[in-house]
Design a protein. Structure first.
Length: 303
């Protein structure tokens, strides 16, 4: 079981090596993270983009490209198409966004002819190592889907469960966040949380998944808070996945964990045929590196 980002790196290093395609790789921070992953023997890399720019940046950061494939490609739409085709043709295992708009890359990912689409919704899954929590914590979706429907939440949940299993969790505990624990028609998040819990009792999401909902954040992560409030559930203080009701909730919790609680993180998009590493420009070099490691581990586990 992977309990820390250090464990995540070790797993990525010890498993079969995955090949990463970087779309529009002419970005210094992204290339620095790829360099660390390559020198740590975690990945093989294929860099797609303007070869001259890639080589200039690589020289600046002392990244030896001798064992790295560089595909000289111009035009962002063509870069995205080329990158996705490398994976659909079986030449690479997972994808990373470089200096390219997310919408352009995802348009290629969802292309009906050569893309990586499945019957599931794409959703963003964040992984946090929080100093005050005893294991890694997943959260979804605070990055893509604005106000998901119940059916979309089921897809978001299934995507996050795949990441949880990749971490080696034998049982996955899910908290469907809301402002209170009593379902009310006036608060749709509470009704969705209750339905997801009821479905999980029928093993709709697998024998190894237990969903609690609706449940407030404090009860999801603190046994002490649950004891004080007299709330009982196997999930309290043992949550593996925080399923958030809207993007604003996920965005707020995620940034609070990072900037106020000192959490380190990693993130991937799930729902395509392969994980997609998508990082923010504001993310640290460590976050970018650990996101590559996470994508590699998830890719290996879902092959």
């Amino acid at each position: 079981m992977i309990k820390s980002l250090k464990d995540l790196k070790a797993q990525a290093k010890n498993q079969s090596k995955m090949t990463l395609v970087v779309a529009a790789a002419e970005d210094e921070d992204v290339l620095s993270a790829v360099k660390e992953a390559k020198t740590s023997n975690i990945i093989d890399a294929v860099l797609v983009g303007e070869k001259t720019s890639i080589e200039e940046i690589a020289k600046k950061i002392k990244f030896d490209l001798q064992d790295v494939t560089v595909v000289d490609t111009k035009g962002l739409e063509y870069v995205a198409e080329t990158s996705v085709k490398l994976i659909s043709e079986g030449k690479a295992d997972f994808l990373m966004k470089g200096k390219i708009d997310t919408s352009v890359l995802l348009k290629a990912v969802l292309n009906k002819d050569f893309g990586l689409r499945t019957d599931r919704l794409l959703s963003h899954v964040m992984l946090y190592e929080v100093p005050t929590y005893h294991k890694l914590l997943l959260m979804s979706d605070g990055g893509m889907n604005i106000a998901p429907s119940f059916e979309q939440k089921e897809d978001i949940l299934r995507n996050a469960i795949l990441v949880s299993r990749a971490l080696g969790n034998q049982k996955t505990y899910v908290s469907c966040l809301a402002a209170k624990e009593k379902a009310s028609d006036k608060m749709p998040a509470t009704m969705d949380g209750l339905r997801l819990k009821e479905n999980s009792l029928d093993k709709a999401y697998g024998e190894d998944v237990y969903v609690e909902g609706p449940i407030a954040f404090d009860l999801a992560v603190s046994k002490e808070a649950a004891n004080i409030k007299g709330y009982e559930s196997p999930v309290v203080g043992e949550t593996d996945i925080l399923l958030v009701p809207t993007i604003e909730v996920g965005n707020g919790i995620g940034k609070s964990l990072t900037y106020m609680a000192g959490a380190e993180s990693a993130g991937v998009i799930m729902g395509a045929k392969v994980p997609i590493v998508l990082v923010s420009r504001a993310d640290s070099a460590e976050t970018k590196f650990f996101s590559i490691a996470l994508g590699s581990v998830v890719s290996a586990s879902t092959k």
